[in-house]
Write a protein that binds this ligand. Sequence first.
Ligand SMILES: Nc1ncnc2c1ncn2[C@@H]1O[C@H](COP(=O)(O)OP(=O)(O)OP(=O)(O)O)[C@@H](O)[C@H]1O
Length: 237
Amino acid sequence: MSDPVLALDHVDSGYGEAQVLDDLTLQLNRGEIVCLVGPNGAGKSTVLKTAFGMLTPWEGTVQYHGQNIGGMAPEEIVREGIGFVPQTDNVFGSLNIDENLRMGGVARTDDRLGEVIDELYERFPLLDEKRSAKAKTLSGGQRQVLAFARALVMEPDVLLIDEPSAGLAPNTADDVFADVQAVNEMDTSILMVEQNATKGLNISDRGYVLDQGTVAYADDASGLLDNPEVSKLYLGG
Ligand SMILES: Nc1ncnc2c1ncn2[C@@H]1O[C@H](COP(=O)(O)OP(=O)(O)OP(=O)(O)O)[C@@H](O)[C@H]1O
């Protein structure tokens, strides 16, 4: 595989004694959007948590630009250049948009925070218009955009996004997917988990179907969408 920015190789991982990931291997290449799909409980979120240091791999390796990061603390991983947008509780409701963005940059060690936030306001005008609105007053879709922007304050190379469309109406979900593509165009490689497999794959370069903690299918997104078996078993087709 060419130029992986993030690579999980033969990873076992889980919670306490409960193993979830079983010999899981996947890569994210520079510039890609890669979508993880599969049934509930397949381990999709567990992949993101293991890549972000919230879980330590029991076996196998997690590499970022060829450097082993398996088991590093999330705050170190953020400084290395990986961002994580969790599915829920991804903004501070009682803080306003500007404060949320500033919080997203606390780990920055340079003096470019203001500049980077200004660029994000340009990129996401809805946030600019509502700078002093408390995050809890935003709609679900707006909150998701704030959560992306908050992660982007660190200017990550890689963004891990857990179910960006969860709980959103179809039209709003489409807007959020368009924002995922806009983030990708800012030279951010994206590894995304998405329950709405068809929509997720539609904006992705490649995908992995996870089942019972391991990769059942790996292909270009269009290859997965066109695969009758994948469609029947996993895409509700
Ligand atoms: N914090 C936790 N403690 C213990 N077990 C957990 C924890 N989080 C998840 N699990 C278990 O790990 C397995 C995989 O969960 P995971 O959230 O990775 O699945 P998923 O593929 O993301 O599915 P979903 O769409 O349901 O979130 C499930 O059996 C789940 O019950």
